[in-house]
Structures are given as C-alpha cells and as structure tokens.
Design a binder for this molecule. Structure first.
Ligand code: CP3
Length: 355
C-alpha cells in the first residue's frame, strides 16, 4: 500500500500538531454534484450505486477531484446493515429509505441475528478495498456505521419518521425487546466496522443521527451504552497506525462530557453547540469534529468565509479540530459554495497552528 501523502486529518483526530485545520464534509459525495447524479443514473438507483464497487469508488472520489478535501468517506449507507439482517431495504423515489420487513412483532425481533459482514456486506468491503487502491495514499479513507439506536429507529419504524412513535412505544412498553434489538445490532456494527478496518478504512465514524430524539435518561441507556460497547471492541491499530474513531450524536450537545468519556478519539458536533465551549467541556479527552451549519452554504461566499472564520476562532489555537458540517450537505447546495468553504478553512486556519 502506498504511503499516506496527507495525514492531517488523522493527526488532528489524535490531537497531534498539524499545519492547518483539516476539512471534509458529511455527504460530500451526493446529489449536489451533477457528476454524482450522472453516475447514479448509470447505476439505475441509489442501492445500485452502493452495491457496485467500481461506481461506489467513482462517486467517493468525485468531491476530491473538485475540492482539496483532507479525507474521503466510503460511499455507502448506514441502512446496509439492517438490509443484511434481512429487512429488505429499498428507496422509494422521493420518499427516502424504506424496509419491506420492518420489526413489527416479538417474533421478528427475536429472530434477528448479526450478519457475517464478509458474506452479506461483501460489496461494502470490496468498495473499501477498491477506494483505497484508487486513492493511492492521497488522503485517508473513513469507514462508518449507524449507531444501534439510530439503526433501530429505521428498523422499527420501517423508514424515516418525524416522531419515532413506534420505536419509542416499544422502548417504553418492552425495554427487554428494545435491548435485544440493540444488542444484536451492536454485535453487527462491531463486526462490520472491524471488517471495514480490515479492508482498509483508516478511521471510523458512528452516526447517531437520532440519539438526540431520546429523553435525557433514555439516551445513556438506549444509545450511549451501546456505542461505548462498540468503541471498546474496535480494532485499534492497522498498518502500524492508530485507527481513530469518531462518535456523532446529532442534538447531543447537552451530553458532550458523557460522550467524550466512552473512549472514542473524537466527538462530532452539530451546529447548535459553541465549539469553544465544547472544547472547554471535553478538555484533552477527545478531538472535536464540526460544526458549520450546512445551510449556511446557501449564503454568499463572503458570509460563508465569515462563518468559517468564526468557528475557527471559537475553537482557537492548537490541534484537535476537524472542520466539518454539523450534518449532511443539502442536495440544493451550489457546489462552488462548498469550494469556498474548503479554501477558507485551509487559508484561515493556519494562524491557529504553530508553523
Ligand atoms: O458522507 C458521505 O458522502 C458518505 C455516504 C453516506 C450516505 N448516507 C449516502 C447517501 C453516509 C455517511 C450516509 C449516512 C446516513 N444514511 C445517515 C446518517 C447521517 C445522516 O445523514 O443523518 C442516515 C440517517 C442515512 C439514512 C438515509 N440514507 C436517508 C434518511 C436517506 C434519504 C435522505 C436523502 O437525502 O434523500 C438516505 C439516502 C442517501 N444516502 C443518499 C446519499 C448520497 C441520497 C440518495 C440518492 O442519491 O438518491
């Protein structure tokens, strides 16, 4: 494997000195790029893209051809895991993800089993190897998974939900069944992430998109505890380097200290928390990733630059910050505006790092 030419992202995650603040963007390969839409058309649909390692490699690299990003992220989806557990994922045009066989009764819940990733998720591992080869050491590759709680939301609701009424009813009525789903899914996620690391992922991120929808008491029991279990069982080193982990609970700002304590290397922040306050709260325990409001990318270039400058100043001097959006980039974002952000972060962050 070719030596890594740009390890600024990996170094920032470990709070080691860096010359500038690295940046990547959640959903950086996506519908805001016309070239993505073109490849997706050739694939037929979104899952066709995910299951074809050649096309998944092509779209993973597209944002890197446009912008000098400091990391690539595997092109896939968090819902490939429940699909491999037999739930039958499909994307209804314009309606988002859906499952043919959601978890609606006790029998289907008790029948749930963790899939062997080298079998049912082979296409993802093949994409990881193929992307690593195509990157040829340009930047590190991030692997990812959903958190058990976030995956369970989709598995029980059968798709996206505005209020999570089914999964919450299950959690309060039958905590035993809820914990069963979360335990099996935790096993699946551990095996899946370690298989991605084995295939070449150089950092991993856990997306807990819906953790922030839980009550204060339920968050620790039904989401954070399972992410802690995952982090404790991840492969720590590969190719002679630490494989850093990032945990991101959207709307989890009030629980930052607890999240920082579960053993991951970095914590993701949405845009609702001040990153300077967040840094004071977590201290030297973890690096922070975030926290630009993705919809600020609809403003004019001067405003985008000013907002990037504000976040960099709020974090302040020293390493430990990976610049990112606080959530996925909108499909309506003008691509040039994403370019303005990347350039501004690289240029404006040098003053915060010793030469
Ligand atoms: O960041 C990247 O570039 C890597 C790829 C990636 C995708 N999904 C591709 C995708 C990642 C990391 C995800 C994670 C994901 N998927 C999450 C967690 C992060 C988040 O956004 O909250 C969740 C909740 C999902 C589930 C999911 N997948 C939803 C709700 C949707 C529909 C939303 C939409 O934008 O239409 C998807 C589809 C999806 N996953 C798309 C992409 C690029 C759009 C599908 C398309 O091309 O039609």
């Amino acid at each position: 494997m070719t030596a890594l030419q740009n390890d600024v992202f990996l170094r920032a995650l470990l709070r080691e000195p860096v010359p500038y603040t690295p940046i990547w963007m959640m959903r950086q390969a996506g519908r805001y790029l016309p070239e993505y839409c073109e490849t997706r058309r050739r694939a037929g649909n979104f899952m066709g893209l995910c299951t074809n390692p050649t096309l998944a490699t092509e779209v993973t690299l597209q944002p890197l051809e446009r912008f000098p990003l400091d990391a690539a992220i595997l092109f896939s989806d968090i819902l490939t895991v429940p699909d491999a557990m037999g739930l039958g994922l499909y994307f209804a045009e314009g309606e988002g993800p859906k499952f043919e066989r959601p978890l609606t009764d006790e029998a289907s819940i008790l029948a749930l089993a963790a899939p062997d990733p080298t079998d049912r998720l082979r296409y993802v591992l093949d994409a990881v190897s193929s992307i690593r080869q195509a990157l040829n050491g340009r930047v590190p590759l991030i692997g990812f998974s959903g958190s058990p709680w976030t995956l369970a939301c989709y598995m029980v609701e059968g798709g996206s939900s505005a209020d999570f009424r089914k999964v919450k009813a299950l959690m309060y009525d039958r905590p035993d069944l809820m914990h069963h789903i979360l335990q099996v899914t935790t096993r699946a996620v551990i095996d899946y992430l370690n298989a991605q690391i084995e295939a070449g992922a150089q950092a991993v991120m856990i997306f807990d998109t819906w953790g922030g929808a839980l009550s204060h008491a339920a968050y620790e029991t039904f989401s954070l505890a399972y992410m802690q279990e995952i982090v404790s069982q991840l492969t720590r080193e590969r190719e002679g380097r630490r494989v850093p982990s990032i945990v991101f609970t959207k709307n989890g700002g009030q629980w930052l200290e607890k999240i920082a304590d579960i053993g991951s290397d970095a914590v993701g922040l949405d845009w609702t928390t001040d990153i300077g306050d967040a840094r004071r709260r977590v201290g030297a325990r973890v690096a922070l990733q975030g926290n630009f409001d993705p919809n600020a990318l609809f403003a004019n270039p001067a405003a985008i630059e000013a907002e990037a400058a504000r976040i960099l100043a709020a974090y302040g001097h020293g390493s430990g910050h990976v610049f990112n959006l606080g959530h996925g980039i909108s499909q309506f974002t003008p691509p040039e505006h994403a370019g303005v952000l990347v350039e501004a972060v690289h240029r404006l962050s040098r003053q915060y790092h010793a030469a």
